[in-house]
Design a protein around this ligand. Sequence first.
Ligand code: GDP
Ligand code: IMO
Ligand code: MG
Length: 432
Amino acid sequence: MRAIVVVGGQWGDEGKGRIVDLLAEKAHVVARYSAGNNAGHTVVNALGEFRLHLVPAGIFYPDKLCLIGNGVVVDPAVLLEEIEELESRGVSVRGRLFVSDRAHVSMPWHPIIDSLDEGLRGKHSIGTTGRGVGPAFVDKVGRVGIRMGDLVERESLLERLSLVLPYKNVFLEKAYGAEPLSLDRVFEEYAEYGARLAPFVADTADLVQDALRRDETVLLEGAQGSLLDLDVGTYEYVTSSVPSSLAGGACVGMGLGPTHISAVVGVYKSYITRVGNGPMPTELTDETGVMLREGGPRPEYGATTGRPRRCGWFDAVAARHSARANGLTAAALTRLDVLDQFATIRVCTAYRLDGHVTDKFPASAAVLARAKPIYEEVPGWQTATSGIRRFKDLPPQARAYVSRIEEILEAPVHLVSVGPEREQAIVIRPIL
Ligand code: GDP
Ligand code: IMO
Ligand code: MG
């Protein structure tokens, strides 16, 4: 029995989709356990380039079971579009993609409230993806959510909407001064989504537990990154996923217990990026930042919103913080090839903060915003790595860099990615 969590160690977009697409070959089940279509997971393989927002990255192997767990918020229109796109590009989906009947549904008021909230926050806006995922989780916690099980039953949907929509309209009209939504119109649109998605809805916890009982391997695909987590991240510049996007969230979000988890793989970029607002001590707004953003085969632009990602050197303080919060057993290091261009590479090993030096990641975003990075410099290799497939063939400076990252994370790097394509990877020790 093996359930392996693949979790983002930074501010998201570490290459989780790419790593899951690679590892899934040896798994039986691939499951998403948190977040919603704020996630954008890029996969480049023999079938082409795909950006997945809800469907797990195991979908490209026709024999894998793919699950969207109870912890995910599902926008039915986005899921239907994703299914259609996959099918139109030759990927079979039916009969092996299932979404939990307990997963909450993203409803039309959620993106409206997302945008209104951002407006009200003014200069303190979070820079959300605008997909309504935060407000959907607020409704879940506030016990006014609508779940996939309700969506696919016309009567339940009408009953639930008749309670929830007038309640949400009070907020829309009286608190925000916005237009109310029409119950009839929302009902007809969402009942139609429900009818189309009915064949995909199941008790996914049962499916995943049965797989583990059959001794199959389950990959739990994280979304976002640990520094965006509500508790561990840079609150309030975080995402609102409940359960957490951390490895611990995989249990609750998939209907498993902690004893089911056999390994936790943290995915880290060889440097760091962030989309949206909030403190980022190693952010580079100069030419070096542009080189990190533009200097690889897949430039750093958000897979969901297309926004340019803020780029900076690897932040070891933040990385150690997230590695410990996830209890990593291994790590995967991505985009090493982007560092090929530099004569010298920097790693932030501590912060200078209000006249002191600290290697602790502060709880407060306001405090973190004052932190100035203290760098150690390591030599670059200035050799193309994207064609290398064996660790021993990497330039010695690149091997030393990987070892330095292992020291920081207090976990072995099992896999180094040197390009966006499935085979552009160096397996140091097999993960599965
Ligand atoms: P995710 O959200 O963690 O799945 O990551 P995203 O897909 O949002 O962003 C990662 C980006 O890096 C995508 O454009 C990938 O195609 C790309 N990528 C992944 N691994 C590598 C790599 O090793 N090298 C390069 N150059 N690009 C990579
Ligand atoms: P993947 O799975 C990067 C960020 C947003 C914003 C904050 C809150 O592709 O790594 P939200 O819409 O969630 O309320 O926005 O979180 N964010 C991500 N950044 N990758 C993601 O997912 C993200 N999901 C949310 O940019 O700063
Ligand atoms: Mg992404």
